[in-house]
Design a protein around this ligand. Structure first.
Ligand SMILES: O=C(O)C(=O)C[C@]1(C(=O)O)C=C[C@@H](O)C=C1
Length: 90
């Protein structure tokens, strides 16, 4: 049991490190959007991203609904960060 939980901790560390890295990139995206007068929210991109991930990772453990819910949370946080980043630098 301890070994299995250690493996779960390792997965969680990887998830959080990947998210932290993703949000650092999102901050760079927000600067690009500010400089090119692009809207923060890009609905088509968000739909395409969820479709790609559902297609690629959907299966026994991960449903399309799960991908949608998870990325709803991740992308709303990304949008908040972009708005904050743009707001701070204006
Ligand atoms: O691709 C972008 O334009 C982003 O800003 C990144 C991101 C995302 O988190 O993937 C965030 C907000 C947009 O609505 C679309 C996608």
């Amino acid at each position: 049991m301890d070994e299995l939980r250690a493996q779960i901790n390792e997965c969680d560390d990887q998830i959080m490190q990947a998210l932290d890295h993703r949000f650092q990139i999102v901050r760079q995206v927000s600067r690009y959007k500010r400089d090119h007068q692009m809207p923060v929210r890009q609905n088509k991109r968000m739909e395409a991203l969820v479709a790609r991930l559902s297609q690629q990772y959907g299966g026994q453990n991960i449903s399309a609904e799960f991908v949608e819910q998870l990325y709803q949370v991740i992308m709303e946080h990304a949008i908040d960060l972009e708005e904050q980043t743009i707001g701070q630098e204006d």
